[in-house]
Design a binder for this molecule. Structure first.
Ligand SMILES: NC(=O)c1ccc[n+]([C@@H]2O[C@H](COP(=O)([O-])OP(=O)(O)OC[C@H]3O[C@@H](n4cnc5c(N)ncnc54)[C@H](OP(=O)(O)O)[C@@H]3O)[C@@H](O)[C@H]2O)c1
Length: 268
């Protein structure tokens, strides 16, 4: 149980890449930590370093979030540990190549990890946040949520799901002292690409961000009070214009009659 004022941040997928940098930054910001992933050795090594460097309390829970029993253990922790003030839903895997050639079992595992796990973890933590009148949920999506043409459609679909979930959740909890931020990183230099069978060296260097820069930008976005943070996007007005166009569509997306362009064909 944390006794510090900032509370405890639970970070999934903290054993490498983006999650490990979140762990470092949140410890330096004064949070105690609970690090979650499958690789105990890497988690323990990071925990030891962060305890030494920051003096924070750092716990480790080894869990495979694709396995229902392990996921339930993390949900239980989120429901019962009132010190938890931040959840970073970061663990994820990618799959490369065309969807038509994809292994359906890998697709299922990816949906379990990228969609089911963060959804259940969000539902586990939010009631406590609301009851305590504070808490921050960070969901790591991807710019591919906005660019399905650029990568495997199953992967980008999982990230679009997280964007939708976050937008609605933020609306539901905004007046309850709870924050929801969804981060849309572009290509970021981590091991995820190699694990998905894609050589990151094949990407133009000008589209790949270093992981430290990505996480620092995401945390700056959090500090600015953003719900959606796109670390690489140079001009935020472009996102705002996209959002404004989407909002303009909303009142016309559901109506009692078909649009005029469809009526001619069905007229008797
Ligand atoms: N890198 C990019 O270009 C990029 C861009 C946009 C979004 N993202 C997103 O960022 C997040 C982090 O990815 P990353 O780039 O940092 O990749 P990464 O270095 O491969 O890290 C993925 C993390 O997830 C954990 N993980 C994987 N499967 C797991 C499972 N079944 N149960 C629990 N933990 C599991 C891994 O730890 P263990 O193997 O120890 O379990 C690792 O800590 C992902 O959601 C990814 O989709 C990445």
């Amino acid at each position: 149980m944390s006794t510090n004022q900032k509370g405890t941040a639970l970070i999934t997928g903290a054993s490498s890449g983006i999650g490990a940098v979140y762990a470092d930054r949140l410890a330096r910001r004064g949070h105690d930590l609970i690090l979650v992933a499958r690789n105990r050795e890497r988690l323990e090594a990071l925990a030891t370093r962060l305890r030494e460097d920051t003096g924070r309390s750092v716990g480790v829970i080894v869990a495979d979030l694709g396995a229902r029993a392990d996921l339930a253990r993390i949900e239980h922790e989120l429901r019962t540990n009132a010190a938890i003030s931040v959840l970073v839903n970061n663990a994820g895997i990618a799959m490369s190549g065309d969807l038509v050639d994809s292994d359906p079992d890998r697709l299922e595992s990816m949906i379990q990890l990228n969609v089911l796990a963060p959804s259940r973890l969000a539902l586990a933590v939010i009631p406590g946040f609301i009851a305590r009148g504070r808490g921050t949920l960070v969901n790591i999506s991807s710019v591919l949520a906005l660019a399905p043409e650029r990568f495997n459609g199953g992967y980008s679909g999982t990230k679009a799901y997280l964007l939708n979930l976050s937008l609605r959740l933020q609306q539901e909890v905004a007046d309850k002292g709870v924050r929801v931020q969804v981060v849309l990183p572009g290509a970021t230099r981590t091991a995820i690409w190699e694990k998905a069978g894609t050589d990151i060296a094949s990407f133009p260097p000008n589209i790949v961000m270093d992981v430290d820069d990505m996480v620092d930008a995401a945390l700056a976005g959090l500090d600015h009070g953003e719900t959606v943070t796109i670390p690489a996007l140079p001009d935020v007005a472009e996102w705002e214009a996209y959002e404004a166009a989407r909002q303009r569509l909303i009142p016309n997306l559901s109506r009692s009659v078909p649009a005029a362009r469809y009526r001619a064909a069905t007229a008797r």
